[in-house]
Design a protein around this ligand. Structure first.
Ligand SMILES: [Zn+2]
Length: 379
């Protein structure tokens, strides 16, 4: 009897690793599952080779070549951009679950994560592979980012407006300063990533200040005012690609789906991990209208946006950066945890979270100036 039990144990030990994958994975800032490249592709029947400084994944006729520090990969003779960039950690390369699904022609049947463990069931739908075959990837989740063990004193809260090609706007004149080109934006995100910055939300900052929740090293907050549709078209995909979150301040009455975001776009942005804040209902100068009207702009926009996204809207951005003590009091009384201004500077832990400074980023900021604006905060 003992012998049989031992044999069973031995068999289980031998068979299980070939069914499951034990290497840990992690969820990135946008809750995308990041899987270890080698173990994942070997489980799916690929060979994995380092090849001339890059990595080659092969399965029968199918070949994928990429370099983990490049922003695109070569698949079936086509150069394709990564939707989420791979990341190297502890000498292991992690790729996104969507990359695995796309490259290996698998569709997801099941995905379960509980903060500690993950389980992913993939079904092959590629006729050149093994159609119908299923693979289960499962293992532990780890926390990928290192957190500062001290209180963070200053955080740069970047202020963007439009992320779009100025050629689309005729007669934009001096308003061009409120716009950054998508290429410029991408270069800025790349700079932040390469220099070890981690995007966090205003909620993270609040929790750090009030509850001592640790922030990652070199935190940065990216905010976008006015809720332009280009936030969805250009800012969102780049943020996802670089594993970053953004905070979008939207006017609840401006959501036309043309110049501004539509309700559907906003819901999707929230679902993909972005933080949604209020920028009032109609973008008035709150200091110049009656307090009664101002109160409605502040409270109704919060209620409407919360109903729309099915989540909390906890931060406010003063339209035109205009506020006075009465307006500030109204914002606080309406249940917001904090508000941002257009005053240039870094958000500090000393100041009232009802009037946080920001760092303006616009068309005329080249990468050097951008780095200076963000990096001047430093360490
Ligand atoms: Zn505005």
């Amino acid at each position: 009897m003992k012998g049989i039990r031992f044999l069973l144990l031995l068999l289980t030990a031998l068979v299980l690793p070939s069914l499951c994958q034990a290497a840990p994975a992690y969820l990135n800032n946008n809750q995308v599952l990041m899987l270890p490249l080698r173990q994942t592709f070997e489980t799916l029947g690929y060979t994995v080779h380092w090849f001339d400084g890059s990595i080659q994944l092969g399965r029968e006729e199918d070949k994928v070549i990429f370099q983990y520090d490049r922003e695109s990969y070569l698949h079936q003779d086509q150069v394709k951009p990564f939707a989420v960039l791979p990341r190297m950690m502890n000498s292991t390369i992690y790729v996104s679950q969507c990359f695995v699904e796309e490259v290996a022609s698998f569709t997801r049947e099941k995905k379960e994560t509980d903060g500690e463990q993950f389980k992913l069931v993939l079904k092959n739908d590629n006729s050149s592979g093994h159609p119908g075959s299923r693979h289960t990837l499962q293992g532990e989740l780890f926390h990928p980012y290192t957190y500062a063990d001290h209180a963070v004193q200053k955080v740069p809260v970047l202020m963007y407006h439009m992320v779009d090609d100025p050629a689309r706007y005729r007669g934009i004149g001096h308003y061009i300063r409120y716009l950054v080109h998508p290429d410029q934006f991408r270069a800025q995100l790349r700079w932040l990533r390469e220099n070890g910055y981690h995007a966090v939300t205003l909620q993270d900052l609040y929790a750090h200040r009030h509850r001592g929740k640790p922030l990652p090293e070199n935190p940065v907050i990216l905010t976008f005012d006015d809720g332009y549709a280009c936030a969805y078209q250009h800012a969102l995909p780049e943020l996802l690609r670089y594993d970053m979150v953004g905070t979008f301040f939207v006017c609840s009455e401006n959501m036309d789906g043309k110049r501004y975001l539509s309700a559907e776009m906003l819901v999707e942005m929230h679902e993909k991990g972005m933080e949604i804040g209020s920028h009032s209902m109609t973008h008035p100068n709150l200091a110049k209208i009656s307090l009664e009207q101002a109160a409605k702009e502040i409270t109704q926009s919060k209620a409407d946006l919360e109903a729309l996204i099915g989540g909390e809207v906890q931060f406010f951005s003063y339209p035109y950066g205009a506020f006075n003590p009465a307006i500030q009091h109204l914002v606080k009384k309406s249940g917001y945890l904090g508000a941002v201004t257009t005053s240039m500077g870094y958000a500090t832990m000393q100041e009232d979270m009802m009037k946080m400074n920001r760092v303006f980023i616009g068309y005329f900021d080249d990468l050097e100036q951008f780095a200076e604006k963000v990096g001047a905060v430093a360490h």
